[in-house]
Design a binder for this molecule. Structure first.
Ligand code: ADP
Ligand code: MG
Length: 312
């Protein structure tokens, strides 16, 4: 028996109506399919306008799909909307609150909305988890941006969904708050919640997510374990310091780029399918230089992202 996916997306299509006369409709999702396995932290990445929020808003029931199917925890979003919605908590990209509600009221109202009896509510536990218990009676309008985001996460968890989705939770957030948010997300995941997040920060996606999907212009272009995705970067970079001033860059067929950075320092980019670091060094030596120092840079998610999306 294999565990069924937390989210199953099949050939999802979204066409937004034309914004006005003479303007074409916008095909924001062009038939996207992938599964989110249970239990992990899944990253949905893509440049601005790729269709990430559209996809998430379809799951949230905020945007109506034009085609394809999606299942959340086994429930079809169109045929079993109620159960699908109960299985997912969504933290939207935009912060919206009634400024006159306090955090405790925000959570209690949400619990009421889901029909959760008083005895089964977890408002205190959730406010403590997001470090807002001491602010429970403060008006939402007096909370900092970071506190509001944490409150939104608590609000998304009120009905104890097995899946939490965060759309760009750290966009425009300072470093310290970002660290806090990631800690919160990893804690929830450790407790068994399947997490899906969209982000622009490749480095964090790399550290946090065990699996990543990349979409671009409404199309899925990769979906793999993070490690495999990073392994897709074909190019490697090696910096070589030599014993005397370089006469010029050493360019060979196996290299994609060679640059003199300092009089005695050369940076060579090579395709790891065509050469090895050892061969690169041997070539440098064959030009009459002795090697004094070598550093290599591993490809990271950013390299893969740029390769796949053609983003600069
Ligand atoms: P992302 O979240 O990856 O930045 P979005 O899903 O917000 O991307 O947008 C995908 C595309 O759909 C963009 O070209 C965007 O301009 C367009 N789009 C988003 N929302 C609407 C809408 N309500 N009406 C028309 N076009 C939209
Ligand atoms: Mg978005």
């Amino acid at each position: 028996m294999t565990t069924p996916p937390a989210i199953r997306i099949d050939n999802l299509v979204k066409e937004y109506a034309s914004p006005g006369p003479g303007e074409p409709p916008k095909l924001a999702l062009k038939g996207v399919s992938f599964n989110v396995p249970q239990g992990g932290i899944f990253g949905l990445l893509g440049p601005n306008g790729a269709g990430k929020s559209t996809l998430i808003n379809i799951l949230a029931g905020l945007v109506r799909k034009s085609g394809g199917t999606a299942q959340i925890w086994g429930f079809d979003i169109a045929e079993n909307t109620r159960n699908a919605k109960r299985s997912i908590g969504i933290v939207p990209q935009e912060i919206v609150f009634d400024p006159f509600f306090t955090p405790i009221e925000v959570l209690e109202n949400q619990a009421g909305f889901y029909g959760i009896p008083k005895s089964e509510r977890r408002s205190e536990e959730l406010l403590r988890a997001v470090h807002l218990w001491d602010k429970k009676d403060a008006y939402a309008r007096t909370l900092s941006g970071g506190m509001k985001r944490r409150l939104l996460i608590a609000k998304a968890m009120v009905h104890s969904p097995p899946i939490l989705v965060l759309d760009e939770p750290t966009a425009g957030v300072d470093v310290e708050l970002r660290r806090q948010l990631w800690e919160l997300v990893t804690d929830l995941n450790r407790e068994g919640v399947t997490v899906v997040l969209t982000t622009h920060y490749l480095e964090e996606a790399e550290q946090l997510c065990d699996r990543i999907a990349i979409i671009n212009h409404g199309e899925l272009i990769a979906e793999k374990p993070t490690r495999d995705l990073i392994g897709m970067a074909r190019e490697k970079v090696v910096s070589v310091t030599v014993d005397k001033d370089l006469a010029g860059p050493i360019m060979e067929e196996a290299f994609t780029k060679a640059e003199v950075l300092e009089p005695r320092k050369l940076e060579i980019t090579y395709d790891r399918d065509k050469a090895s670091a050892g061969q690169v060094l041997a070539i440098v030596q064959s030009h009459g230089y002795a090697i004094e120092d070598v550093t290599t840079r591993e490809a990271d998610l950013e390299d893969v992202f740029v390769q796949l999306t053609g983003a600069g």
